[in-house]
Design a protein around this ligand. Structure first.
Ligand code: PSU
Ligand code: MN
Length: 305
């Protein structure tokens, strides 16, 4: 591999032995959740991956190095930095952070790229980026990455701060299979269902692994989206968040917030406006997705056919 990627010994060892590894992102730590909930959640996700029998690999750029399996100390350090002080790294940002020897937080797209370079096939997060409401030309690079990088992304769909029907259209165009674990519809992050139908319902992690494995055997160069609804007891009714989302997206437009700043701005405002309730759902689904991804990675490593 190249000298710009640094893989933690435990992760490298597991990959060499063909054991299960799950990638985790870092933008969630620096831009997605406030301190100290961000650090607590990142560590809880690592523990949940382990509980499923897999090795966690949180990914970030550290001093210009693409780093796979960053330490607890690094998670704590990144999590305590002032919001916005670390570069948010999607595909187009990685060369800049690397060339300048910067620290960078990887988005879903950025994490997929680095995970694939390291040979990791499964990645867990909360929600992917998508097509923005009222700005259909603002399409997250996450969707295009899913169309070009063979990593399975386990998530709870996308937040309804986005235009979910248009997000599904772009995923279709990009050729991304959507596997619903115990669901026929795209989950809407805080809520179990967006009401939008998806095709690939499965009932178990092992069945999800079979689809990921089939994509690989077909030589697919694209990713697979594994959609896992938030646990029922932690679900937040869609109406409860809708008013906050409308207000936050309006404020973003009024204040001229655009580009990579839109998602963090809206996420932070929705969290402020909905208070602790949304935080609880957010943490619950992140930990549940990490555990689920661990089980999928174990099934894949066991040679799911
Ligand atoms: N959605 C969330 N929480 C997050 C993100 C999305 O509920 O933290 C982050 C992810 O890292 C995702 C990124 O990849 O935002 C998408 O940003 P953009 O819309 O600029 O592509
Ligand atoms: Mn965006």
């Amino acid at each position: 591999m190249n000298n710009r990627i640094d893989v933690a010994p435990e992760v490298a060892e597991a990959l060499r032995a063909g054991r299960a590894v799950v990638a985790l992102e870092s933008t969630l730590i620096t831009h997605g959740l406030p301190h100290p909930a961000n650090v607590e959640t990142a560590l809880a996700m690592e523990a949940a991956v382990r509980a499923g029998g897999a090795v966690p690999a949180t990914i970030a750029v550290l001093g210009g190095k693409l780093s796979v399996g960053i330490s607890r100390a690094e998670i704590e350090r990144l999590g305590a930095l002032p919001t916005g002080s670390v570069r948010k790294c999607s595909r187009r940002d990685l060369p800049i952070a690397v060339a300048r020897g910067e620290d960078g937080a990887t988005t879903v797209a950025g994490t997929m790229i680095v995970a694939h370079m390291a040979g990791i096939r499964v990645f867990a997060t909360g929600g992917i980026g998508g097509v923005h409401r009222g700005a259909p030309f603002d399409v997250s690079a996450d969707l295009l990455e899913l169309g070009r990088t063979p990593v399975a992304v386990v998530c709870s769909g996308a937040k309804s701060i986005l235009d979910l029907p248009l997000t599904l259209e772009v995923l279709e165009t990009q050729g991304v299979p959507i596997v619903g674990l115990g669901t026929d519809t795209l989950p809407a992050f805080y809520s179990r269902s967006s009401g939008l139908p998806i095709d690939g319902r499965v009932e178990t992690e092992a069945e999800a692994a079979k689809i990921i494995s089939a994509a690989q055997r077909l030589g697919a160069q694209h990713g697979v989206l594994v959609a896992v609804p938030v646990p029922a007891k932690d679900e937040l009714p869609a109406e409860k968040v809708e008013a906050a989302i409308r207000r936050a997206t309006d404020e973003a437009a009024a204040q001229g917030v655009h580009g990579k700043r839109v998602t963090p701005f809206v996420l932070a405002r929705v969290a402020e406006l909905t208070g602790g309730e949304s935080r609880k759902a957010n943490t619950a689904l992140l930990v549940n997705n990490a555990r689920t991804a661990g089980l999928i990675a174990v099934a894949l490593a066991g040679g799911a056919r």
